[in-house]
Design a protein around this ligand. Structure first.
Ligand SMILES: [Fe+2]
Length: 284
């Protein structure tokens, strides 16, 4: 197993460069992860990145966190959001920073990536709030997992846009991993795993990357896979403002929940995505 992992790492190193986590953001993540640190220490660490501080305030003031009036102090925003969400905001900022040059080169594709990822993340989190039986992770972990499960696609797009487009054209919405391995030598799920390890991100991101296009799943991850796959499937519908409720009965069966509860959760996902997802992307 270790020899297999080393071979994959070597292959990735030879084929495609994994971006390194920017130093200042690594320092903020370390501050978030230090157990003894509270809201004041984390707010101090965030102060070195005004963009992230502003994003934290905006997010904490949004309807998704139920605050009656805008939050204007970062320590209070940190307390409102909690460490898991702050960590995700920092990681998202790190991914944005790493692919800034790509974004300048190919803004439309990078925006499409984030629209899809944030839509999937909001759906995954809304479904995970429903007390899905045997779901191994919490709503915020599901959000992070769905947000970053396709991050390997950005690495491939950055590496060779023409080749990436050729793969996309041939696969459409189907699983592109086999063609990616053929054209790049690695697929976006393996790259997500490599990034997770290099950046010390939660393993849940790599797990979501592995299973969001289908394939066999260990029984312990069955509920997790069902939420992630529903998020992947419905993200496109949400982006295109199509009806989500009609999917609720099938998702309810998959997750062992009541259709009405699923339908309400999908409504919440749409509202939160419209309010936070889109504005966060446009205002960042
Ligand atoms: Fe994917």
């Amino acid at each position: 197993m270790i020899a297999e992992e080393t071979a994959t790492e070597e292959l990735i190193a030879q084929r495609v460069a994994i971006p390194t986590l920017p130093g200042p953001l690594a320092a903020i993540l370390a501050a978030v992860d230090r157990e003894e640190n509270g809201a004041a220490e984390i707010a101090t660490a965030l102060a070195c990145d005004p963009g992230l501080s502003a994003r934290t305030l905006r997010l904490a003031s949004s309807a998704a966190y139920g605050t009656a009036e805008p939050i204007t102090e970062v320590p209070r925003a940190v307390m409102t959001l909690g460490k898991t969400t702050i960590r995700r905001v920092v990681v998202q900022g790190a991914v944005l920073a790493c692919f800034e040059t790509l974004e300048r080169r190919d803004a439309a594709r990078v925006e499409r990536f984030w629209m899809h990822s944030t839509a999937a993340a909001h759906i995954a989190r809304a479904l995970a709030r429903l007390r899905v039986p045997d779901l191994a992770y919490g709503p915020e972990e599901l959000y992070t997992a769905a947000l970053l499960m396709d991050v390997g696609s950005l690495v491939l797009l950055d590496h060779d846009a023409a080749r990436w487009c050729a793969v996309q054209e041939r696969t459409g919405r189907a699983d592109p991993r086999e063609l990616e391995r053929l054209h790049f030598g690695v697929d976006h799920a393996s790259l997500a795993r490599a990034l997770v390890e290099a950046w010390n991100l939660p393993a849940v991101v790599a797990e979501a990357a592995e299973l969001h296009h289908g394939g066999p799943v260990a029984p312990a991850l069955a509920s997790f896979a069902a939420v992630i796959r529903a998020a992947e499937l419905l993200a496109e519908e949400l982006q295109s403002s199509r009806d989500l409720a009609s999917h609720a009965p099938a998702i309810a069966v998959e997750l062992g929940l009541a259709p009405a509860a699923c339908s309400r959760a999908l409504d919440v996902a749409r509202r939160e995505w419209n309010e936070v997802g889109l504005s966060a992307w446009r205002q960042r």
